[in-house]
Design a protein around this ligand. Sequence first.
Ligand code: TYM
Length: 330
Amino acid sequence: MKRVLTGIQPSGHITLGNYLGAIRPLIQLQQDDDVELLVFIADLHAITVPQDRQALKKNIKELAALYLACGLDLNKAHMFIQSEVPCHNQLGWVMECNSYIGELERMTQFKDKKQKQTEGISAGLLTYPPLMAADILLYDADLVPVGEDQKQHLEITRNLAERFNNKYSETFKVPEPYILKNGARIMSLVDPTKKMSKSDANPKAYITLLDDINIAKKKIKSAVTDSDGNIKYDVINKPGISNLLTIYSALTNISISELETKYQDSNYQTFKEDLANIVACFLTKIQSKFNYYINDSELDLVLNSGRDYAYHYASRKIQKVYRKVGLGRN
Ligand code: TYM
């Protein structure tokens, strides 16, 4: 049985980038008979930057409903909220004590976020990767579907697992990242050299799964592209249209080269209109399921049962780790 694990921060509505980078591969992997999914809402990670209390609470619940709306199969998956399983903090601390400040300071995401934040950079922003390593190592995950921006965090997770195993004997499974070729790095619709991010100051840069359908269509139609008008995939010279081709291909499973042929005699306007309709159709389906799950009293029961399942597994792992490190009395 393979264990697949991933988490998403509830720091705003999730974007098409989050969906294509992390949720779509998760849903693909769940087709496999021999797989178990652990999916969580990384609320502890979200507070590494300031959050509004009410908005955070709302985003946590909405993310849970969105995972289900995207097709998470509860016969295969356990879904829980990270802060409801305290073992994450417990192992996070042990991982922190086995991490070096230098390696944490070299993390690209830390450097980027530190640059963007003008005041009050939290220590949590620096120690984010050991907590993420704990999230994964607690459950002996085999595969971790993520977007490309998380690759470095997966590398440090693997290093920390090996470091701990070498120091204290075999304890953790060393996980593999699962990064799809198509969709692992969806770019901003306003500046296609930048990653699409839910924390972008300009909402035209991203599409969230809960965007108003007409606004989402407008965002696609006004996405920044070059002026030569050829629908060709060329990330270096034509990042805008390449990004739109990636989104089109990932949402329809039509290969990029087939799309290039299909649109060889078309202009950007026709292509964007078609893609806007594809995105609209995709969002309409997700949103109608979302509206069902967010109002369903079962959602809390699903999260309770996910929490209990996760705690049962993780608490045994924590006991083992504490024993090996020499903590407490047992
Ligand atoms: P977060 O919340 O920033 O993003 C959630 C997932 O979406 C992917 N992603 C993207 N993929 C493609 N294109 C984009 N533009 C794009 N933007 C985001 C991310 O790579 C991620 O897979 N640290 C994680 C949350 C986390 C986690 C974990 C993930 C905490 N613990 C353990 C896996 C395993 C994060 O900040 O993701």
